[in-house]
Design a binder for this molecule. Structure first.
Ligand code: HEC
Length: 204
């Protein structure tokens, strides 16, 4: 973890309000604070913030820009963790996928443990023309299937992207839906259909 020395520490000490010594390990201090103040409740468990996996650790170490080798290492390792559908079928029902994309609930302290999560895709993506309330952190997915088709490569790429977004963009803002067990295999198939089924309103 990086140590940040503070040049102004002497002046601050002189002013009599220094609570942290110069050369404080702020990463550790922040983690200690979260461990002390945050409490697990229901499905919102503390291990989500205190137990970082290797990808999260590297993303914290390089929060804005990271060396190319670091990004490539994260992506290669995350791609290896993708589990493809056991029966080789990628598409479920787009109607169910739309409900999952609309649903922003799940994994919050007020949710029941074990209740199904939503995907909250609209928080970051445009998907259909009918839904006019959407975020734009992610690219528009309107006409995703119409523009890309349904080749084996596209099915595999789209599955892997939704399963583990970091397999293609290290430190992505997009949740790792399959990898983190946010959505199960059936739900993943349903959101796949929302994007790829020609009958889906996403492709009209
Ligand atoms: C918190 C924001 C966020 C959420 C929620 C989110 N995404 Fe994304 N998504 C992104 C971003 C940002 C990208 C651009 C690439 C990257 O940074 O990973 C992206 C990229 C994608 C891509 C690749 C697009 C392309 O042109 O190759 C697909 C497919 C996708 N998202 C599907 C989904 C689906 C389906 C859901 C819901 C289950 C979802 N996303 C939820 C932020 C999000």
């Amino acid at each position: 973890m990086k140590r940040i020395g503070i040049v102004l520490a002497v002046a601050v000490t002189a002013a009599g309000c220094a609570t942290m010594a110069a050369d404080t390990d702020y990463g550790k201090a922040a983690l200690d604070l979260m461990k002390a103040d945050f409490k697990s409740k229901g499905p919102a468990t503390l291990d989500r913030i205190v137990n970082q996996d290797e990808a999260q650790r590297l993303c914290s170490e390089y929060p804005t820009e990271r060396p190319k080798e670091v990004a490539e290492k994260i992506e290669a390792e995350q791609l290896k963790l993708v589990k493809y559908p056991a029966d080789g079928k990628y598409l479920g029902k787009w109607q169910e996928g739309e409900k999952i994309a609309q649903n922003g609930r799940g994994m919050q302290s007020s949710d029941k443990v074990g209740s199904p999560n939503g995907g909250n895709c609209y928080a970051c993506h445009q998907i259909t023309k009918e839904e006019i309330s959407f975020g734009n952190i992610g690219p528009s997915l309107y006409q995703y299937g119409k523009l890309r088709g349904q080749s084996e490569e596209i099915l595999k790429y789209t599955w892997a992207k939704i399963y583990n977004a970091q397999a293609f963009s290290a430190c992505s803002n997009m949740p790792r839906f399959g990898h983190k067990g946010i959505l199960d295999e059936k739900q993943l198939k349903d959101v796949m259909a929302l994007l790829l089924d020609p009958a889906s309103p996403a492709n009209k």
